[in-house]
Write a protein of this length. Structure first.
Length: 341
């Protein structure tokens, strides 16, 4: 068994990780950590989940030495505090925050806080599994992608990789469920404001913008400019990203769809779904559903990507990366079908 620890297990991503690991045939939760809830038993916090007799511990480097994998399911700025203490950890670290995703300069600009050491950030592998699988296979530090960045990148990369769309004219409108904002209550996520409402937030300032552009540059060599507007939906989970792009070649809609089919024909978690995309087709699963439309009037393309922000956008992709890293079947423990109803 591969022994795992979760820091920040009481948050939404940590809870999702716990659920997935508990059901995984080769992973075992050996240590759960939360500085704010240390001393509590998991069974007291989550009586509806089979968690055994594990007790929450405060983070301590000595506590994690025996682990094969340590998941940091903590917010950006919090993960970095633990990262700085893990230089001598001999296992695999999977960070679900943004603290390892960007270069020091970009991180300071977009997150408005001090970054981790540049040497630490540089050794982290970006865990967009379908596009960086070979690097993940040998990684000791894995930076799990952000939820919007996952949905948008998976939609855009096949077209940018083959220079089929203009890289400097990409407009993205994306919407997410409330869990994407994290567990901490805010004015925007308060039920009275979020229920029966749609809200813009972080308009053109979302920290996943530089992550998307950096991912495109690193994986395709293309310098892209992405305009991203983000919306908060009155649902628990799920993301839909709608990308408007300008093609560089003339093709039929069927040929554009075939670009996605060719790019992802062997990928178990990418589905090119015919029909009107909807969030429900992905929620509760590790799937990403993709489609592309051609606007006959304007000539533009509309690429649509749908994921569950808590699974493919967070915990599910983290488990997918661990499966790859330890040579397991990539789909192991991730076979749940969408909770459509």
């Amino acid at each position: 068994m591969i022994t795992c620890g979760i820091v920040g297990v009481t948050g939404y991503a940590g809870m999702e990780l716990l659920k997935l690991i508990t059901a995984h045939p080769r992973l075992q939760v050996a240590c759960v950590m939360s500085d704010s809830s240390a001393g509590n038993r998991l069974s007291d916090l989550y009586p509806w989940m089979e968690t055994g007799t594990l007790t929450l511990e405060p983070f301590n480097v000595e506590n994690v030495k025996r682990l094969d994998v340590l998941f940091l399911a903590t917010p950006s700025g919090v993960s970095s505090q633990y990262i700085e203490l893990l230089d001598t950890f001999e296992g695999v670290v999977v960070d679900l925050s943004g603290d390892l995703r960007l270069t020091s300069e970009a991180y300071t600009t977009w997150y408005n806080r001090a970054p981790v050491k540049a040497s630490t950030q540089a050794k982290a592998v970006y865990g967009l599994t379908e596009w960086n699988r070979e690097s993940v296979q040998t990684a000791s530090w894995i930076s799990n992608p952000g939820c919007y960045a996952t949905a948008v990148s998976l939609g855009l990369l096949p077209f940018l990789h083959d220079s089929l769309i203009e890289p400097d004219d990409i407009i993205v409108s994306a919407c997410s469920g409330i869990t994407g904002a994290g567990k901490a209550l805010s004015a925007k996520t308060h039920h009275a404001r979020s229920n029966e409402n749609v809200q813009l937030y972080k308009i053109h300032t979302h920290q996943h913008i530089p992550e998307i552009e950096q991912t495109i540059r690193q994986l395709t060599g293309v310098e892209a400019t992405v305009s991203l507007s983000t919306h908060l939906l009155p649902i628990n989970r799920g993301i839909m990203a709608t990308m408007h792009v300008v093609p560089t070649v003339e093709q039929t809609e069927a040929e554009w769809v075939d670009v996605l089919h060719r790019a992802y024909k062997t990928e178990p978690f990418i589905r090119v779904q015919q029909g009107e995309p909807e969030i429900r087709t992905a929620v509760g699963s590790n799937y990403c559903d993709l489609w592309v439309y051609k606007d006959q009037r304007t000539g533009r393309l509309t690429i649509v990507s749908v994921i569950d922000n808590m699974q493919k956008g967070a915990a599910g992709q983290a488990i997918q990366n661990v499966n790859v890293r330890f040579g397991l079947a990539e789909t192991l423990g991730l076979s749940a079908q969408p909770q459509y109803i």
